[in-house]
Design a protein around this ligand. Structure first.
Ligand SMILES: [Zn+2]
Length: 165
């Protein structure tokens, strides 16, 4: 086996961070599969890691009952805002590409313990879970739908506050 073949073979090995989660508190290495199966809780020290909106929905909604709504509602940039690091639009578009979400809250209908609900989960990975125009629009629409359909509205907050752009 020549030098170049060895190098190509080595490149197929996934990087350590793809396989292991390092606990932010105790620095233990936990296999990513184990970390996820344990709801992002460190088996060594009990540290609770961050959960995304979809993981929380999977925990709370009865299996197979969640139907996302208002996905078409996303941010708006009324001011054409720019700060020292660049335009707001570019930051949001980059976050959308990175997270696959279009706003900081995922909203839908679901059942919890057999009870029909409106279910909203904020996601900190989307610009710190900040409240942008699209987030507000989704929550307002969810309130209206919950009232119209007489469903309880359940929202889990994971937000740093209002989006300052
Ligand atoms: Zn730990």
């Amino acid at each position: 086996m020549g030098w170049f073949e060895k190098k190509a073979e080595k490149a197929k090995i996934p990087p350590a961070q793809a396989l292991w989660q390092v606990c932010p508190r105790c620095r233990s290495y936990v296999a990513k599969d184990e970390w996820k199966a344990n709801n992002c809780i460190c088996p060594a020290c009990g540290y609770h890691g961050r959960l995304g909106a979809r993981a929380r929905i999977a925990q709370l909604a009865d299996e197979g009952t969640f139907v996302e709504v208002f996905r078409e509602v996303s941010y708006s940039d009324h001011l054409g805002f720019h700060d020292a690091t660049g335009p707001y639009k570019a930051k949001v578009e980059s976050t959308i590409a990175k997270t696959g979400e279009r706003e900081s809250v995922v909203m839908g209908t679901a059942e919890m313990g057999g009870v029909p609900v409106m279910l909203g989960m904020m996601d900190f990975s989307f610009m710190g879970g900040s409240l942008g125009t699209g987030t507000g629009e989704r929550i307002a629409r969810a309130c209206e739908q919950a009232i119209a359909e007489r469903r309880p509205l359940v929202i889990c907050s994971a937000s740093c506050g209002a989006r300052m752009h």
